[in-house]
Design a protein around this ligand. Structure first.
Ligand code: 5AD
Ligand code: SF4
Length: 473
């Protein structure tokens, strides 16, 4: 009999990917995804620990779910603690909060049945069996010796026109603000052969765009079938050879791992999209050193110059932290200067939040909250203006759009540009899953509207924006 599975996901694309894989693992046990937790047979909270209040959010969500769990048990005539009854809702906490604070969750919320970290998803069937047999919570925050990727089932055949593919996980960089090396563990690269096989399956199922995922994706390396060691640039070249793979992206990258082969791929592999998420975090050398980023602001500027030289179409997105311990007005001014120099199509800005167990959290020169607020607003204003200018640069231009969803209005499709903008257009549904030339007629801060260009109007791979990013910065 089919059982209802509700998964709520917080955080990064890796978590979105993991949630889909958990659903794949649970499918043979009869679980089918549903859109709401009411009446579900299993609820999984896939959590994120990267910034503040992560655990509090989880506990307040658990408080609400406990009521649903009790209601379900009462409706079935049992009690929530009755582990054998059909009326039971299995409640689980997964992801990075589970990894970091598993024991506290079990202690504070004993009605939770399973608490497990990101490296254990392939053991879900065993954990479910244990949770159904025994009262009390199953806690699993191991970093098992085997790789979960060797044990997870193949992905569901059709992932849609744009799909994620995890190629790398974990991080050895130990930026002083970041929990990832502790919650996701050491850097791990999936074997090239496994990735290529999965990409072929995705393409055969209709996927046209593959986003390679990893916390430090450009640190990926693996043994090629020829016995040599491949880096991400080489992997991308091989992926581009697969029939049906028309677009490739990768995220998230560290500036220090942008090697020459990967840079060249941006010039030479037409399927590699001209859009790169390349976080720098700060524009101040002092702060970059305190963050343990191991590169200077000028190293980053030179890298961006080089990338734009090999591919003038390339646009950047980034991550910034304001109010890192010890950040002065001058340090922050250096960040604004870097943003002005580089010019971003988009960027995420965060107030520094001390994370338990990370070195920066122990710093005594924490920046006061109002200063963080002020800096965040100033940075967001600058980046917002760059984003608007970037998008306006496309009005009147033609670009290739991959239509991957139906729009809210009748007869409208939604797609993605090479630069990750959402593009709305009136279009026939038979264009879903296809890459089509669209002329942009209107730009909004975070989306574009266009009309489908029919016939022989098609142009080269990606047409240029009306003005370059440098000009808009
Ligand atoms: N405080 C604020 N932002 C953080 N990030 C990671 N850790 C912290 C923290 N402690 C941001 C970084 C990273 C992004 C995923 O989250 O900018 O690139
Ligand atoms: Fe965190 Fe730094 Fe690793 Fe990125 S590179 S995951 S910010 S430790």
């Amino acid at each position: 009999m089919s059982k209802k599975l509700f998964i709520k996901t917080w955080g990064c694309q890796m978590n979105v990917y993991d949630s889909a894989r958990m659903a794949d693992v649970l499918a043979p046990l009869g679980y089918r995804p549903v859109d709401e937790p009411d009446g579900a047979d299993m609820v999984i909270l896939n959590t994120c620990h990267i910034r503040e209040k992560a655990a509090e959010k989880v506990f307040s969500e658990l408080g609400r779910l406990r009521i649903l769990k009790d209601e379900k048990a009462a409706a079935a005539g049992g009690t929530a603690a009755d582990s054998s009854g059909d009326g039971r809702m299995i409640l689980a906490v997964a992801g990075c909060v589970a990894q970091a604070e598993g024991e506290e969750i079990v202690a504070r919320a004993p009605f939770v049945d399973m608490v497990f970290g990101p490296q254990t998803y392939h053991t879900l069937p065993e954990m479910v069996a244990k949770a159904t047999r025994a009262a009390g919570s199953v806690l699993n925050t191991d970093f098992p010796a085997e790789s979960k990727f060797d044990f997870l089932p193949e992905e569901a055949v059709s992932q849609g026109a744009a799909a994620f593919l995890a190629v790398q996980e974990g991080c050895d960089k130990f930026c002083t603000f970041c929990v990832v090396p502790y919650t996701r563990g050491a850097e791990f690269s999936r074997p090239a052969a496994q990735i290529l096989l999965e990409a072929k399956r995705l393409a055969a199922g209709g996927t046209r765009e593959i986003s390679l995922l990893g916390q430090n994706v450009n640190a990926w390396h693996g043994d090629g079938p020829d016995g040599s060691t491949w880096g991400l640039g080489r992997l991308i070249r091989e992926l581009a050879e697969i029939d049906g793979v028309e677009r490739i992206r990768y995220t998230t990258s560290h500036p220090r791992d942008m090697d020459e082969e990967l840079i060249r791929a941006h010039a030479e592999v037409p399927q590699l999209m001209p859009y790169l998420h390349l976080p720098v975090q700060s524009g101040s050398d002092r702060i970059l050193a305190a963050m343990n980023r191991k590169h200077s602001a000028d190293d980053y500027r030179r890298l961006v110059d080089r990338l734009k030289t090999v591919n003038p179409d390339l646009a950047l997105s980034g991550d910034f932290i304001v109010g890192f311990p010890g950040e002065s007005d001058a340090d922050f001014a250096a960040t604004l200067k870097l943003v002005s120099d580089v010019g971003y199509a988009q960027a995420y800005c965060f107030k520094y939040s001390p994370r338990p167990g990370t070195p920066a959290a122990l710093e005594d020169r924490q920046v006061p909250e109002p200063v963080k607020e002020e800096r965040l607003a100033a940075l967001q204003q600058l980046i917002g203006a760059q984003q608007v200018a970037f998008n306006h640069g496309f009005v009147g231009r033609t670009m290739k759009v991959l239509f991957d969803r139906v729009g809210r209005r009748d007869g409208q499709l939604l797609g993605r540009s090479p630069w990750m903008q959402s593009v709305h257009a009136e279009a026939n549904e038979r264009l879903l899953g296809r890459i089509v030339e669209v002329r942009i007629v209107e730009a909004r801060p975070s989306s574009l509207t266009g009309v489908v260009v029919t016939g022989e109007h098609s142009t080269t791979a990606h047409s240029q924006p009306a003005h370059s990013l440098e000009a808009s910065a």
